[in-house]
Design a protein around this ligand. Sequence first.
Ligand SMILES: O=C(CO)COP(=O)(O)O
Length: 135
Amino acid sequence: MRIALIAHDNKKEDMIRFTTAYRDIFEQHELYATGTTGSRINQEVSLPVHCFNSGPLGGDQEIGALVSRNEMDMIIFFRDPLTSQPHEPDVNALIRLCDVYQVPLATNMGTAEVIIRGLKDGYLDWRKLDETKGE
Ligand SMILES: O=C(CO)COP(=O)(O)O
């Protein structure tokens, strides 16, 4: 499965903790991320991650492009709800596309726990059956 990992600055430590805790699951999948989030996961958790641009420079939109081609299976996006982001329209566009294409999206750690365990237990296998998916 292709998984995108994104975290706003105040949530990056949470993302490092989360990817460390579920490293055994993440290492079985193809990981993508916005620039700073991805390079931190790569360096601090030693997971291979394909890094796009940093979020404010278009990284959310690059991930959105994969969603629009149905080439992304899950997004874990630890948003900071208490800080305004200069690229809020990009963030909203990405979330909207997840809804358009029925892509599982966790925007906080509570939901992320559920979908990562669901991934492990096969609850996302329907993604593999989706024939509209580009491979
Ligand atoms: O701003 C972001 C997502 O909207 C995250 O981008 P970075 O991972 O480059 O910090």
